[in-house]
Design a protein around this ligand. Structure first.
Ligand SMILES: Cc1cc2nc3c(=O)[nH]c(=O)nc-3n(C[C@H](O)[C@H](O)[C@H](O)COP(=O)(O)OP(=O)(O)OC[C@H]3O[C@@H](n4cnc5c(N)ncnc54)[C@H](O)[C@@H]3O)c2cc1C
Length: 463
């Protein structure tokens, strides 16, 4: 153990995005001086997921959603707290975590308490690759923009929040393109009778744990469909795209090699069209296709596309927990109790039995939609309970509160959402209110940049 590790009791936070960073901010102003926060992230930069789908389509936005993850940006000078990034936690032990690369001379970091805030993953280009640097990520967004620009027939697979938003972004920015959205349910998102929504959202457990189908008011599906119609997005409901298994969401190597000219792939697409041949079957790779391809639907119908966007496939990053104790998972989410402590169905044999771990944000099974607001609300609660433990005070229970809210922009000028006021019912709203609450920047300066409270100023400038 190093001198620093002996001098301080560590509060380890795994994941420095919305939930982890919020927990760190709350702890940093309340911890006794012999405790320090170690905020660990696999990536070297933080990114703002709320505007990434605009950045996938609209040039300029790629520069407005990242901030380097460094100690001087996150923590005030003179505090012992540190950001450890990029560095990945690769395994969990009862009172230590193991890092991919050494920190203070050791790969193993002991802790007093650990907060798991590892979130969820979505296929590229909806989020950065694990090993991408900030500039590589920005370049990959520019490449995605160029690919979308080249496409003529876009198919979005899945009409959950990501699918609906990206279809809206593409249709709004490129009104000339054909955009088709295929969704398994009878309405966009996950239409659920209003009297069942509140119960499901508040209950926790598997129903809330789904990423693709948080229960939503059927009127919201209708409102979204109206906006899709207005933007010229074709919506196919009650059907699924059959996704052939493939190793990587990117195009295969040989296809990349074919693209030696700027419009190579699309030229091929239209050659095959012109020759009257049937387009090749889609091979399961997302993104710009090497030629026009045919996607098969479960109904037996088929669709042509030269760009296929993954609007589905969000998965919680809970492998660290699964590796040590599957009983600490609820579905794929980390099972937490009402204090946000990781809890297990295998007490006695689990590293979680000593209750040294908390889990917050998208990765945990606490009630509420898996959205930024939930992470912002529950992360400080876990932080408060850590302080309570240090001060030997009783823990306080987490409640998601009676109100739940969801809003989705479909490009800069359209969108819809719902606010559930518990027994008072649900209010479904359209573009005017969505664009008003989102503003021009969807909270980038206030919520994202504002979270960075270190000496070194972080800035994202909008015109
Ligand atoms: C495309 C998209 C659009 C969205 N739009 C909205 C929206 O409009 N409104 C809204 O409210 N919500 C939206 N969300 C949801 C919102 O982004 C999430 O709810 C929120 O990011 C959850 O925060 P989190 O900190 O729990 O997890 P994440 O933001 O997923 O962060 C997890 C962090 O953990 C790190 N990590 C993971 N594993 C390890 C490891 N082993 N070691 C070290 N670090 C690790 C990751 O690098 C990452 O930084 C959107 C999400 C996506 C993907």
């Amino acid at each position: 153990m190093t001198v620093d590790q002996q001098a301080f009791k560590n509060i380890v936070i795994i994941g420095a995005s919305i939930a982890g960073h919020e927990a760190a901010n709350h702890l940093s102003s309340n911890l006794p001086p012999n405790y320090r926060i170690l905020l660990i992230d696999a990536r070297s930069f933080a990114w703002w997921p709320i505007t990434i789908l605009r950045a996938v389509v609209t040039p300029g936005w790629e520069y407005k959603l990242t901030i380097p993850l460094t100690t001087d940006r996150v923590f005030k000078r003179g505090t012992p707290h540190q950001v450890i990034a990029p560095n990945k936690v690769i395994s969990l032990k009862e009172s230590s975590v193991v890092l991919e690369r050494p920190f203070e001379g050791s790969n193993e970091v002991p802790f007093f308490r650990c907060v798991i805030a590892t979130g969820a993953s979505q296929p590229l280009p909806t989020m950065p690759g694990w090993n991408q640097t900030e500039s590589e990520f920005i370049e990959s967004l520019k490449a995605a923009q160029r690919d979308v620009e080249k496409a003529k027939k876009v198919v979005v697979v899945g009409g959950g929040a990501v699918g609906v938003e990206i279809a809206g972004e593409i249709a709004a920015h490129h009104p000339d393109k054909s955009v088709t959205l295929v969704h398994k349910d009878y309405g966009l998102l996950s239409p659920t009778p209003p009297d069942e929504i509140q119960g499901k959202v508040q209950q926790g457990g598997k129903e809330v744990g789904s990423y693709s189908s948080p229960p939503t008011d059927p009127r919201l599906s209708i409102e979204l469909k109206k906006i899709c119609d207005k933007l010229g997005i074709k919506v196919i409901l009650n059907d699924r795209v059959i996704i052939p298994p493939c190793a990587s969401p990117y195009l295969p190597k040989e296809v990349e090699d074919e693209e030696d000219e700027e419009d190579g792939r699309i030229k091929n697409a239209h050659e095959s069209e012109n020759q009257g041949k049937l387009p090749k079957a889609w091979n399961g790779h997302f993104g710009l296709q090497p030629s026009l391809v045919t996607l098969k639907l479960k109904s037996g119908k088929s669709l042509e596309a030269d760009y296929v966007y993954p609007g589905c496939g969000m998965k919680p990053n809970s492998k660290l927990v699964r590796d040590v104790d599957e009983g600490a998972l609820d579905g794929e989410l980390i099972r937490v109790n009402e204090y946000l402590k990781v809890t297990t169905k295998n007490p006695g044999e689990s590293i979680f039995s000593k209750e040294r771990y908390y889990a917050v944000g998208d990765v945990c099974s606490s009630p509420g939609f898996k959205i930024a607001r939930t992470a912002i609300v529950n992360a400080p609660k876990a932080a408060t309970n850590i302080i309570n433990e240090i001060k030997e005070k009783p823990l306080s229970k987490y409640s998601a509160g009676p109100i739940s809210h969801l809003d989705l922009p479909l490009g800069p000028n359209e969108g819809a959402g719902m606010t559930n006021f518990g027994w008072l019912g649900t209010w479904v709203f359209g573009s005017r209110f969505t664009t008003m609450i989102r503003g021009k920047t969807s909270g980038t300066e206030r919520v994202f940049v504002g979270r960075f409270r270190g000496e070194k100023k972080s800035e994202i400038v909008f015109d």
